[in-house]
Every structure is written in C-alpha cells, then in structure tokens.
Design a protein around this ligand. Sequence first.
Ligand code: ADP
Ligand code: MG
Length: 231
Amino acid sequence: MLQGLDFISESELADWVNKHLDSEAVALSSGYQGKTLLYSENNHKLVIKVPLGNFIFRPVNLALLRHEYQIYQQLQGMQAVPVCYGMANKQFLVIEFIEGHTIREKRPETDSEYYIKLLSAIKEMHDRKVAHFDLKRMENLLVDKNNDPKIIDFGVSVLRKGGLHWLNQYLFKLAQQFDFNAWARHKYNKNMENLAQEDRQYYKKTAIEVASKRIKRFYKDKILKKLRNRA
Ligand SMILES: Nc1ncnc2c1ncn2[C@@H]1O[C@H](COP(=O)(O)OP(=O)(O)O)[C@@H](O)[C@H]1O
Ligand SMILES: [Mg+2]
C-alpha cells in the first residue's frame, strides 16, 4: 500500500491509470517523456505522473520518475513541497494535489509575502541537499489556497552526494544559483533593473545563462532578420 493512502490500493490506482491514460479530460500535462494525470474520484484528488515512451525510452523515463521520487523523499515534511505517497506498482509517482494555480496563471506581486516564503523554502531545500534546477519554468511553482508557495516537478533536480564527486558538486552549485536566479526573476517579473539592494546577493547570472542569452539574441537579431528580409 502507498504510504498514507488508505482509500485506494496500488493495483486499483494502476487500473485507473491504464483506463485514463488516453483521456485528455484528466491530463494536467503531456509530453514525450510522460503524462501528469489528475485523479479525482469520491472526493479524493491525487496527481499521478506516468512514464511514456517505447521500449528504449520508457525505462529511461521511468528512471527519471524514480529519481523524482527519491528527491520527494528527501524533502518530505517541508511546508512548500506536496506530500508524496510513493510509486504505485513501482511505475507511477503519486503526489498530493495542491488546490490553487501556477505562477504562470497568476503571478504574486513583487512585494508579496510569497517570495519571502519561497526564498526560505529554496534555502531549506538546498540544506536538504536538493537543488531544483528548473524553477525558471513558471509551471513548476504553485500558489496554494493560502497564497503560500508549493514547489513541484523535481525531474531534473540535483541531489548532492557526500565525498569528492567534483562533477556532482559543480552541478549542485550551478543548480543552486539557477534556483536563486529564477526566484529573483519571478519576484521582479524579469525587470531586473528594479532589483533591491538586499536581493542583489541572490541574482548572479551564470556563464551558461549569459551564453544561452547571447545565442538567443544572435538568433533573433541575425537569423530572423535575414529570414524577414528574404520574405
Ligand atoms: N501536486 C500538484 N498539485 C497541483 N497541480 C500539479 C501538481 N503537480 C503537477 N501539477 C500540474 O501539472 C503540471 C505538470 O506537472 P509537472 O510535475 O510539472 O510535470 P512535467 O514533468 O510534465 O512538467 C504542472 O505544471 C501543474 O500545473
Ligand atoms: Mg513541469
């Protein structure tokens, strides 16, 4: 049985998933890696992440989902992270459904308490050896009923290992900086010229971000201009 779930068994959940996998009505998101479904029956709501793909890619996507499960275990008990019930039939990741909306749908104002709470959640997450790496995506940050932050989607998060793993340490540091930069970008709605003195310590563009911005600008300026001129 999944931890803390007494109203449905793992095999019943798996049956539900197989029945609803192609239903658009219950899909929260859908990509080539997998699907995120909203289970909503008899007053119970759950989020279920399902790996997709052919015989080569499905095992890879399943491994990513198991990685996400491991991260959730590391973060259980945090106010800003949903409860994770486990992997149903070792295949599907089962998570508490958060009533609310994403910051893409409605972004809290710059001076809102939301960003203070989000910053302390990011710091606690880092203390627990997890760096998210994908907080720039506004769909990965939720606002719950009390207007508090909830962090989701740990698919590409980095778990810091002990000892001398130089690549892991480098990635963890990079992901930590990405998390802080994303926090600042959301707080100031990308108007970084408004960055307050006390928030400057959190916003440091990494070489990778600078390079990717340059590539994007080059693409926009040169290539699109050429195409437009040709049209
Ligand atoms: N625990 C949750 N509570 C409420 N909505 C969620 C939850 N988890 C995911 N969602 C919704 O489903 C979307 C996709 O989930 P996510 O975990 O980000 O999957 P993906 O790996 O496809 O990006 C989110 O952007 C959000 O809108
Ligand atoms: Mg996501």
